[in-house]
Design a protein around this ligand. Structure first.
Ligand code: SAH
Length: 269
């Protein structure tokens, strides 16, 4: 294949990144290869890139020389920029006629405040485009060899956060979840894993139900811990901070489908 990215972008008729616009783009869960063509196109064309801590920095090397790179994430748990400041900066840079890329981990509209940033832009009258990305709860499960759904195990999935706007576990309806939701996928839930397991068991879930913690998913240092619901809290304490928690019978399928470990045994990935 001797085509370069510009040829591919033209062949795919990717939209022009117009000056004065903000693109709110998902960078995928970690492995830079999981980025979309639209996201790569936006990185290559942007004048300014405001990126989060979960964005793989090798992607930023695809930016053009002289691009303004602005870190707008959390370091060591401390947010370096307030949400309001980020929204104002996006709007100001766009008004100055720049192509402004807001690059976020995973998918911008999944537990990532992308919706709030888009609302701020809409209120400010700034034109914007949303580019979805592979969210950690989907890409991470795939890299852990755990099908999100499988006819033998689960016909539905629920995505939840362990971290509400006030920093506490949100008041999920545990009775309803325990009964109706065969597979539960939690973001931002490591510190609340014990409380989540307790609430689900109290609501009738089997303490022996399989669960997994997928940490640093799709990155070179991905780590997967397979456990049982009753041991989830203890297992989570031993996990790296950035992780997805999955509870459900589909976790069992990893025994047969852990392709990444086999791939690593054959060739370095
Ligand atoms: N918008 C992002 C989620 C942002 S919330 C997305 O769609 O993926 C941040 C949470 O996402 C983290 O606390 C963690 O629960 C999860 N997360 C993001 N990247 C991850 C990764 N590579 N591995 C495991 N969990 C990840």
């Amino acid at each position: 294949m001797d085509r370069n990215f510009a040829d591919i972008a033209t062949a795919l008729r990717l939209p022009e990144f117009t000056a004065g616009w903000v693109w709110l783009v998902g960078a995928g869960p970690g492995d830079p290869g999981l980025i979309t063509m639209l996201a790569l196109h936006a990185i290559a064309a942007a004048d300014f890139i405001l990126y989060d801590a979960l964005v793989d920095e090798t992607l930023l090397r695809m930016a053009r020389p002289g691009v303004g790179l602005i870190f707008a994430g959390k370091r060591a748990g401390v947010r370096s920029c307030k949400q309001e400041d980020i929204s104002n900066l996006l709007a100001d840079l766009a008004r100055q006629g720049h192509r402004v890329l807001r690059l976020k981990g995973g998918d911008p509209f999944v537990f990532g405040r992308g919706g709030e940033e888009a609302q701020d832009l809409a209120r400010a009258g700034i034109p914007f485009r949303i580019v979805p990305g592979i969210t950690a709860g989907i890409g991470g499960l795939a890299y852990a060899g755990i099908p999100l759904t499988h006819r033998d195990t689960n016909a539905s999935v629920t995505f939840l956060t362990g971290h509400g706007a006030d920093g506490q576990l949100p008041p999920h309806d545990w009775q309803a979840l325990a009964k109706a939701s065969s597979t539960l996928i939690f973001y931002m839930a490591r510190k609340r894993a014990g409380a989540i397991a307790e609430a689900l068991i109290a609501a009738g879930r089997d303490p022996q139900e399989p669960a997994a913690i997928v940490a640093n998913a799709t990155r070179h240092d991905q780590q997967v811990i397979v456990t049982r619901l009753k041991e989830l809290g203890t297992a989570a304490e031993a996990s790296p901070a950035i992780c997805i928690i999955v509870i459900g019978q589909n976790v069992r399928l990893r025994d047969q489908l852990d392709w990444l470990t086999w791939a690593a045994a054959v060739t370095p990935v």
